[in-house]
Design a protein. Sequence first.
Length: 125
Amino acid sequence: MKIRIKGNSLRLRLTKTEVSALAEFGKVEESTQFPHGNELIYRLQANPTSTNSAAFSNSEIIISVPHLWAKEWAVNEEVGNDFNVVSGAESLHVLIEKDFNCLTPRAGENEEDQFKNPLTSHTKC
């Protein structure tokens, strides 16, 4: 799972294996190790409620999506889901999407577990 943070937006991109794991086991988690024993954990989890949510606590980013959506997402062509989490004057935009392979090959990139890019069949300009 890849994470991209810019301002008040957070984007998660998941491989085929991760999308399947979210549907089957209810969560996908990654971590980044920093010097001096610090760690950032980011988790996408499916929950039984029908609401999306986002939280940050104890160096963990936890994004929750409805379990039903996660199950359906694993077997449909939907690219992803986006939502806003609002608390008072603060708003966080969250985008969760399938990780597509690049249209231009890049040295050192292993894209075997990524989804086929829907633009692959388009002619390049």
